[in-house]
Ligand binder design. Structure first.
Ligand code: SF4
Ligand code: SF4
Length: 453
C-alpha cells in the first residue's frame, strides 16, 4: 500500500487542509443531531480502525503533498479519535518525525468530545503541543439536550471532567459549539459560560443543519446514531430539515447576541472564529474558513481506510475522490474533479446572492446548505441566508472601524473604548443595540449570569 509515489516531486502544491478520521464515524457517544454517525453505513462490516500501514502512508503522503511548506497540520477528527488509544497517536508522531523535512514544523490537532480525556491524555497533548478542539454545547441543560451517550445518558459532567484535565495541564484548546434549536436562543448565556466557566479563549460556533427529503424526515427526526431504528445514510439531499436544525433567523440572532457582548468586552482577548472570518473579509484578506470564502475545496476528509472525500460534509459515494493506497493524496487533492467541486461554490450562486450587499462577507455560505429558494423562485439559496444577512448587516459599522484600525497599524481592540463611551451616554430605556426589541438596561446593558451547572 505504501508504495504510491508522489506524482511530480517538483510541483509546489496549493495549500489544503485535511481532516482524518481514524475511527471513521465511530464514536462512544450518540449525539442525536450527529448525522456523521450514519456514515458507518458506508463501511458495513469494517473494524473502523486506521491500520498501521495506512497511518504510515497517510503521514508520508500528507507531508510530501505539502512540498517545502514550513508547516504541515495533521488534523484528527471523528467519530471520536481518542478511541484509537494513545499508542496510535504516539506512532503518528514517530512517522511525522521520520518524514518531516529539516526545519519543517508539524502541528497536530484533534477534535474530541472530551469524555475519554484523563490526565494521561492531557499530559500527552501538552507534551506534544496538540491543539484540542472540545465539543461543548453550553451549560448543562443546553449541552445535554442532544449530546448524550449510547444509552441516551447526559454527558455534561464527563466533558467538564475532560476539560479540567486539559486546563490543569495547560493544553491549548478551542471550544466547538454546535447551534441547534435548544441552545440557539441563548447566545449570551452560551458565550458567558464558555468564556467564564470554561475559560475558553477560542470558540467556533457551528450551525446544525440536518437536511432530509420529505420521505426521510420522520426517520431523520429520530436521530442518526445507534439508538435510532432504521436510520438512513445521511446525504446532502432534500429541502427539509429536522426539528433540531437551526433556522437562519435563530443563527443570525445568536451571532448578533454574542457579538454585542464580545465587541464591548473581549476584542483581542477571546477569538470567535466567525468574527475573525468577518474581519478578514472586511479587511480584504482571505478568511480562514471555507464557508465564507469565495471558493472552497481545500478542506478534505480522509476515512479510516484511506478513502478521500471532497469535504467532511460530503462523505458520500458521489464525492469519493479515490483511495490514497492507490493514488497519491496530492494527485487527488489537485484533481480537476476537486477543483471543480471548489469552484462550484462560486459559480452556482443564485442571482439573489450575486446582487447581495453582504456577498463579500458571506459568499453564499456552504453549498451543503443551499437548498432554499430565493424570493424570486430561483433554487440554490442557503438555508441560513436570513441569518447571514442579518448578522453581516448588523456588524458592518464595527467591522469597518476595526478594519480601519488594522490598516492604521492599531489594535482592533480599541473599538471597545468607543463602545464604552457611547454606552455611558445611552439611556436605560433606549432600545438595545442588538435589535432584539428589549430595552438596553434589560438586555446587553447588563451582564449575563451563566447557569453554572
Ligand atoms: S462544501 Fe462547505 S464545508 Fe465543504 S469545503 Fe466547501 S464550504 Fe467548506
Ligand atoms: S446573505 Fe444570503 S443572499 Fe447574501 S450572499 Fe449570503 S446567502 Fe446569498
Amino acid at each position: 500500500m505504501s508504495t504510491v509515489e508522489l506524482p511530480d516531486p517538483t510541483v509546489r502544491p496549493r495549500p489544503f487542509h485535511l481532516l482524518a478520521k481514524p475511527t471513521g464515524a465511530v464514536c462512544n457517544l450518540d449525539c442525536t443531531y450527529c448525522f456523521f454517525l450514519s456514515k458507518e453505513l458506508l463501511y458495513e462490516g469494517s473494524r473502523f480502525r486506521m491500520a498501521e500501514e495506512l497511518l504510515d502512508t497517510y503521514i508520508r503522503q500528507l507531508i510530501e503533498a505539502h512540498g517545502p511548506a514550513p508547516e504541515v497540520t495533521v488534523a484528527w477528527q471523528g467519530g471520536e479519535p481518542t478511541l484509537m488509544g494513545l499508542d496510535f497517536f504516539r506512532r503518528s508522531l514517530e512517522y511525522e518525525r521520520r518524514y518531516a523535512r529539516p526545519g519543517q514544523r508539524i502541528v497536530n490537532t484533534v477534535q474530541t468530545n472530551g469524555t475519554l480525556i484523563d490526565a494521561k491524555w492531557a499530559r500527552f497533548f501538552r507534551d506534544n503541543d496538540f491543539l484540542v478542539g472540545l465539543s461543548v454545547d453550553g451549560p448543562r441543560e443546553l449541552h445535554d439536550a442532544y449530546r448524550v451517550d449510547k444509552g441516551g445518558k447526559p454527558t455534561f459532567d464527563r466533558v467538564m471532567r475532560g476539560l479540567e484535565h486539559l486546563r490543569a495541564h495547560g493544553v491549548r484548546w478551542n471550544a466547538l459549539t454546535t447551534l441547534h434549536d435548544a441552545n440557539a436562543g441563548h447566545g449570551r448565556e452560551v458565550y458567558a459560560f464558555l468564556r467564564d466557566d470554561c475559560g475558553a479563549e477560542h470558540m467556533q460556533f457551528i450551525p446544525i443543519v440536518e437536511r432530509a427529503t420529505a420521505r426521510e424526515l420522520p426517520l431523520a427526526n429520530d436521530g442518526w446514531g445507534a439508538r435510532a431504528k432504521d436510520r438512513p445514510l445521511y446525504r446532502q439531499e432534500g429541502d427539509r430539515v429536522t426539528d433540531r436544525s437551526v433556522t437562519g433567523e435563530q443563527y443570525g440572532r445568536f451571532l448578533v447576541d454574542v457579538f454585542e457582548d464580545w465587541v464591548r468586552h473581549d476584542v483581542g482577548r477571546v477569538y470567535v472564529q466567525m468574527f475573525d472570518v468577518a474581519l478578514a473579509n472586511w479587511y480584504g484578506e482571505q478568511p480562514s474558513l471555507c464557508v465564507h470564502s469565495r471558493t472552497c475545496g481545500s478542506a478534505l476528509a480522509l476515512e479510516h481506510n484511506g478513502d478521500l472525500y471532497s469535504c467532511d460534509h460530503f462523505v458520500e459515494p458521489d464525492h469519493l475522490l479515490g483511495n490514497i493506497g492507490e493514488r497519491h493524496l496530492l494527485e487527488l487533492v489537485d484533481s480537476p474533479r476537486q477543483r471543480s467541486f471548489g469552484e462550484a461554490k462560486e459559480t452556482t450562486l443564485p442571482r439573489y446572492c450575486l446582487d447581495c450587499d453582504v456577498r463579500f462577507a458571506c459568499h453564499g455560505g456552504c453549498p451543503k446548505d443551499r437548498f432554499a429558494t430565493t424570493p424570486d423562485g430561483e433554487p440554490g439559496l442557503n438555508h441560513l441566508c436570513a441569518g447571514f444577512k442579518a448578522f453581516f448587516q448588523h456588524i458592518d459599522t464595527p467591522m469597518r472601524t476595526m478594519a480601519t484600525l488594522l490598516r492604521q497599524g492599531r489594535a482592533p481592540a480599541l473599538i471597545m473604548r468607543q463602545y464604552a463611551d457611547t454606552d455611558a451616554r445611552r439611556p436605560h430605556n433606549a432600545p438595545c443595540t442588538c435589535g432584539g426589541g428589549r430595552k438596553w438596561a434589560r438586555c446587553h446593558g447588563r451582564p449575563v449570569a451563566a447557569r453554572r451547572s
